[in-house]
Write a protein that binds this ligand. Structure first.
Ligand SMILES: [Zn+2]
Length: 423
């Protein structure tokens, strides 16, 4: 890949300055934490609105706290192209997650505005207020509202202090009764395209700056409970044990083996053992199971196979097992036409642009209900994310701005709307 131009580098540095400015707006004094509808979130919204105003773009916050602006096009009869990401964070977060995509898109809009020639189609920018779902335990509330998927029940969700979404909206001077007005279902954008740091190590390992996202993976989450029999660690012979923890250990190794294949990841990240004492055979164990793939059929067959084999292991070891589904989602495919445009937008040979599934969830999952979606990934150092060490190189930001400029240019030239089948 050729190195970015001096102009792109200058724009990347301007984006970095703003990333730093937003990183200083936090609910914590010694870490970056900006939760949905918190004072820091509202302050970040105001900062973003002031930058939009400086650029001559009319911005506003919608009824659920998403910040939106639009650059009119010459053919405003065509629905807008929507770009964006989110500006809420996890606790003790990195400063690029979400913010990078919002600020690169804002930079591209400013650049177009300054050029003085309006784009052929309107371009809308959104900074979603709740992607991470840390405060109210429900992810992508912001984009779900835009996609018309929020219900009155969502407003009743409470944070650990008992403050509901409804209360938090009022406290931040929004009108919770108007939440349905955040929906764009009546006049949806023609497409939603998000740029985001990869949050994984693939691009860093490959030495590449950018990739095109093929799909956002689907997932299956379960809680597995194994019941055996507790007993004295010294007196019960090995042949007579119903050791729930030993059974769980065999199951966990099986899960790792079953998921060790392309297009699949599986994690057991939680384990609870009872009575959890060094001199007592474990009588009961519960563990989580999080399996993800961008291929729904593969996900289903691997999960079914795992359940079957866990049942076999537990029968052989004379312990009982139950499965509880705790969550899951279908994979969200990116639109084929948008994928092609994104691949042409990334410097170098379009055939050689890496296509990557996103293992993390994104606002595109909600947006895919109302329009085709596309995503661009930017390399982050060692794949670290959701951590203060998260880092994106300024050269990669410059490359990302160049790719987004080029994508907008290609999109403007397209006379036919992307087909909705890929959504
Ligand atoms: Zn994110």
């Amino acid at each position: 890949m050729t190195s970015p131009s001096t102009e792109l580098m200058a724009r990347a540095r301007a984006v970095l300055d703003r990333i730093d400015a937003l990183a200083s707006i936090s609910d914590d004094t010694d870490a970056l934490t900006r939760l949905f509808l918190s004072p820091a979130h509202i302050k970040a919204n105001r900062t973003l609105l002031s930058w939009m105003e400086q650029a001559g773009l009319d911005g506003f916050a919608d009824p659920v706290g998403n910040v939106i602006c639009e650059l009119p096009g010459t053919t405003n009869s065509r629905p807008p192209l929507m770009l964006g990401s989110h500006i809420d964070t996890v606790r003790d977060a990195g400063k690029y997650d979400g913010t990078l995509g919002v600020l690169v898109a804002l930079n591209c809009l400013e650049h177009l505005k300054a050029r003085g020639v309006p784009p052929s189609v309107p371009i809308r920018l959104v900074a979603f207020g709740d992607e991470e779902g840390v405060r109210f335990g429900s992810t992508i509330l912001g984009s779900r509202a835009v996609a018309g998927l929020t219900t009155a029940d969502d407003l009743k969700r409470a944070d650990p202090d008992g403050v509901t979404v409804y209360d938090a909206l009022i406290e931040a001077s929004f009108e919770p009764e108007d939440f349905a007005a955040a929906s764009m279902t009546d006049s949806p954008p023609a497409a939603y395209v998000e740029l985001h740091n990869e949050q994984g190590p693939v691009l860093d390992t490959a030495g590449e700056s950018l990739a095109c996202v093929s799909a956002i993976v689907g997932s299956r989450r379960m809680l597995v409970e194994i019941n055996g029999l507790s007993g004295h660690a010294g007196t019960v012979p090995m042949s007579e044990r119903q050791d729930a923890l030993a059974a769980a250990a065999e199951c966990i190794c099986l899960i790792e083996d079953a998921c060790r294949r392309p297009d699949m990841v599986g994690t057991v990240g939680f384990l609870e053992t009872h009575p959890n004492a060094g001199n007592v055979i474990a009588g009961r164990v519960r563990f989580s199971l999080d399996i993800r793939s961008h291929d729904d059929a593969l996900l289903k067959s691997v999960c079914d196979g795992i359940e079957e084999k866990i049942a076999e292991i537990c029968a052989r070891r004379d312990v009982d097992v139950t499965f509880e589904t705790t969550g899951g989602a279908h994979a969200t495919r990116c639109d084929d036409r948008l994928i092609q445009m994104i691949e042409k937008s990334i410097p170098g040979n379009a055939d050689q642009v890496r296509r990557l599934p996103s293992g993390a969830g994104h606002d595109g999952i909600a947006m895919s209900n109302i329009c085709p979606i596309g995503m661009i990934f930017v390399r982050c150092a060692k794949g670290i994310s959701h951590h203060p060490d998260e880092a994106v190189d300024v050269h990669d930001i410059a490359a990302a701005i160049g790719a987004m400029d080029r994508f907008i240019e290609l999109y403007e030239r397209e006379q036919v709307l992307p087909s909705p089948e890929g959504s």
